[in-house]
Design a protein. Structure first.
Length: 90
């Protein structure tokens, strides 16, 4: 099987696209059951591994990298339009 996404750390709640992914394309990553992306995902960008509620931490590299600013669905693009930096959140 050819993977098109990467789980960097076992704690992560996102995967990273290894190439551009088209709407509806199945995410394939080691140790992950395939699921469709809900929108086009640029290469090297994050994709939600599960539904993530507003205010929850985004975990990448096994560490918190941001906090969601709204609910994010499994397969959705995780980026600046739906995140807040944890450094600036008070």
């Amino acid at each position: 099987m050819e993977y098109n996404a990467l789980v960097i750390h076992i704690r992560d709640n996102v995967v990273v696209a290894l190439r551009n992914l088209a709407l509806g394309e199945e995410v394939r990553a080691k140790g992950v059951e395939g699921f469709p992306v809900l929108q086009e995902i640029p290469a090297s960008h994050k994709i939600a591994l599960r539904d993530i509620p507003s205010g929850e931490e985004i975990i990448k590299y096994g560490e918190t990298v941001a906090v969601t600013s709204r609910n994010i669905k499994k397969g959705e693009w995780v980026h600046t339009h739906n995140l807040e930096s944890k450094r600036w959140k008070k």
